[in-house]
Structures are given as structure tokens and as C-alpha cells.
Design a protein around this ligand. Structure first.
Ligand SMILES: *[C@@H]1O[C@H](CO)[C@@H](O)[C@H](O)[C@H]1NC(C)=O
Ligand SMILES: *[C@@H]1O[C@H](CO)[C@@H](O)[C@H](O)[C@H]1NC(C)=O
Length: 143
């Protein structure tokens, strides 16, 4: 079997997730904008983002509130995918066996649900615990 499927799980509410998978060659880059409105765009960093709809089929799209959009200055954090249902929600990114990957994810709460309640959740890669995400406040960006 040449290709394996890799699952990025999140427990509780993931709200703004950008995954950057980096293989050895340039064509191995993929930058996913969670909850994006358009299928592709080039961000302020020069990265071309694709929407996440092809990588996941659960969750609902939300926007961070307007004040946090201007504050963060990063368009890829203005939209997000929220998971009000299910203990685990998975992004499915295809990877090649025997290849090393860099995976980077960024999170901003931005009071997208108007609850002013900063959530906490776990990140898993496949079945393995990766990290717990604890954002300090509504404008904290964790990468
Ligand atoms: C997010 O904001 C955009 C632009 O204002 C709007 O078109 C879109 O409907 C909003 N999405 C949600 C999920 O509220
Ligand atoms: C949010 O937390 C950051 C540190 O993560 C701090 O620098 C900032 O002042 C805090 N903002 C508010 C509004 O509390």
C-alpha cells in the first residue's frame, strides 16, 4: 500500500485550524483555510489557501467577530470551522508512506459564537495525542 490516510482529530470545538503539510518538494505544500468562503485565494503571506470542504464533512462554518478580523490581520484566521457535535471531528489529509511532514495549525477564538467563552480542546494525529489547545483570551493566536 503506497498511500496512507492520516487523520487529524480534534476533541470538542476546533474553531480555526490551518494545516500546512510540507513534503520534500514544493508541490507537497497544502494550506487549508478552515471555514473559508472561497475555494482558493492567496493570503498576505503569499501562501495559496484552499478551503477545507474537501478534507472534512462535519462541523459548521463561522466567522470571528469583525473586531478580531482587523486585529489579527490574517485572513486565514477570519473564518473557522466549529464542531458543536461529535466527540471527535477529523480532517483527512492524504500522506505518502516514508515521507516526513511538517504540520502546522493556528487557532483564534475571536468570539465567533458571541459567548465570550474561550474553549479548550485536544488535537490528535491519527490515534496519537498531539497537544492540548488552551487559548489565553479571545484574541490569543496559538500556532
Ligand atoms: C462570513 O462573512 C462573510 C463576509 O462578510 C459572509 O459572506 C459570510 O456569510 C459569513 N459566514 C458566516 C458563516 O457567517
Ligand atoms: C490576551 O492575552 C495576551 C497574551 O496571550 C495578552 O498579551 C493580551 O493583552 C490579552 N488581551 C486581552 C484583551 O486580555
Amino acid at each position: 500500500m503506497e498511500k496512507f490516510e492520516s487523520f487529524l482529530y480534534s476533541l470538542l470545538g476546533v474553531f480555526a485550524l490551518i494545516v500546512l503539510v510540507h513534503a520534500q518538494d514544493q508541490t507537497g505544500f497544502i494550506s487549508i483555510d478552515c471555514g473559508a468562503e472561497t475555494s482558493t485565494y492567496t493570503g498576505e503571506t503569499g501562501f495559496t489557501y484552499v478551503w477545507d470542504a474537501n478534507f472534512i464533512d462535519t462541523g459548521i462554518n463561522k466567522n470571528v467577530t469583525v473586531g478580531y478580523q482587523s486585529e489579527s490581520q490574517r485572513q486565514n484566521l477570519w473564518t473557522l470551522r466549529s464542531f458543536p457535535e461529535g466527540i471527535r471531528n477529523c480532517y483527512n489529509v492524504k500522506v505518502k508512506s516514508g515521507t516526513r511532514y511538517l504540520i502546522r495549525a493556528s487557532f483564534l477564538y475571536g468570539n465567533y459564537d458571541f459567548q465570550t467563552k474561550v474553549p479548550e480542546f485536544d488535537l490528535l494525529l491519527g490515534a496519537n495525542m498531539w497537544d492540548s489547545v488552551k487559548l489565553g483570551n479571545e484574541s490569543t493566536i496559538i500556532t
